[in-house]
Design a protein around this ligand. Structure first.
Ligand SMILES: *Cc1c(COP(=O)(O)O)cnc(C)c1O
Length: 361
């Protein structure tokens, strides 16, 4: 028996979740966001499950090339644009689409070098204040791009800072609309949260990411309530059992002290597998068919489950760290982070199993 940890990726759930995005924005096309190795799920396996998307969005140039090499002919967008002139030339030749967010990037678009026109997403800073042209510079930037013989289609693009939170999208929508007034070009603004909550942001291309992986972008609405199905299930098993007397501690630092007789299941999963070390005692775990919690510090290769009231649990009992029956959003929230970070951090040493049945319950 190998070490029992696995990450199961439910391909049917991915396809289902893409359908949920489409149902919310029936008139928009979809860039499925598969940056960061498809949020830790595996670039090419996710692309295959989402091949019905109108386009893909990544940040890494090599990921875009891998998608083209695998035969995907739809639009592939580079969300941070090109990082140098060589990428711009090769990217245009590969018919990639690129965000352009600085004047420096204009100069790299060279039709003679690439022999091809490049589709551009002109990024507008509507209030996130990371990338993009300031509203007053948008008209000039648009004209510059439009006059470049190396540029093909132009899409106007911006990104929301708080579509998932109390801030909403209204202020950024107003800034964006003013900045692009009178420019007749397709628009792309909506991430998952805006796709789900703000129809007025849908325009021509939505850019859902996290919802495709079956996680809710909101703290006040669960993935299940949104009709999303979990894609990644990180599971392992109990490999040892330890009995504690009152006063005994568990794990490094002795941060957890038993106040009664306890049974502790040692689970083969630690931070070197991608489980967050900062998850406190009390983080939810599914052991067999029941919920319990972690106790003590997460170590590199192990963590501890409270199985005091679970006489049925013992060596070999399956433990779901997150996913099926133990929502990643709740685990993330308990650990003071977001599902994005947990899924992206899945370690390379964890074997991945693809599952394509719809029976993910
Ligand atoms: C990552 C990203 C998205 C997807 O955001 P989610 O919150 O995962 O839906 C959309 N647009 C841009 C520019 C991004 O960087």
């Amino acid at each position: 028996m190998p070490r029992p940890i696995t990450a199961t990726i439910d391909l049917a759930a991915l396809t289902h979740n893409l359908g949920v995005a489409r149902a919310h924005a029936p008139h928009a096309k979809v860039f499925a966001v598969i940056k960061a190795n498809a949020y830790g799920h595996g670039l090419l396996r996710v692309a295959a499950a989402l091949r019905g998307a109108d386009g893909f969005a990544v940040l890494e140039f090599d990921a875009a090339i891998r998608l083209r090499d695998a035969g995907y002919a739809q639009r592939i967008v580079l969300l941070e644009g090109f990082f140098d002139a060589r990428e711009a030339v090769e990217g245009a030749a590969q018919k990639l689409s690129s965000v352009v967010h600085t004047e420096e990037q204009f100069a790299w678009i060279d039709p003679l070098a690439s022999g091809s026109r490049l589709d551009v997403l002109l990024k507008i800073n509507s209030g996130m204040n990371r990338l993009g042209f300031m509203p007053e510079a948008v008209r000039g930037a648009y004209e510059t791009v439009q006059e470049n013989p190396g540029v093909g289609k132009i899409t106007l693009m911006s990104h929301f800072a708080d579509a998932d939170g109390a801030g909403g999208v209204a202020a950024q929508m107003t800034v964006f609309e003013r900045a692009v007034a009178g420019i007749a070009a397709p628009r792309s603004l909506a991430n998952s949260a805006a796709t789900l909550r703000y129809p007025e942001t849908h325009f021509d291309w939505i850019r859902p990411g996290i919802m495709l992986y079956g996680s809710s972008p909101f703290t006040d609405r669960s993935a299940a309530e949104l009709g999303l199905k979990p894609v990644m299930t990180l599971a392992s098993a109990i490999i040892a059992v330890c009995d504690l007397k009152p006063g005994d501690t568990v794990g490094y630092g002795g941060t957890f002290r038993a106040e009664r007789m306890m049974r502790i299941g040692i689970v083969a999963c630690g931070y070197a597998d991608g489980y967050p070390r900062h998850a406190p005692s009390g983080t939810p775990l599914r052991v067999g068919d029941r919920m319990t919690t972690t106790v003590g510090r997460v170590s590199m290769d192990m963590l501890c489950a409270d199985i005091t009231d679970m006489p049925e649990a013992g060596i070999g009992t399956r433990v779901v760290l997150w996913g099926e029956g133990n929502p990643v959003d709740v685990v993330a929230q308990t650990a003071g982070t977001v599902s994005y970070e947990l899924m992206c951090a899945l370690a390379a040493r964890v074997p991945v199993i693809e599952q394509s049945s719809m029976s993910n319950h």
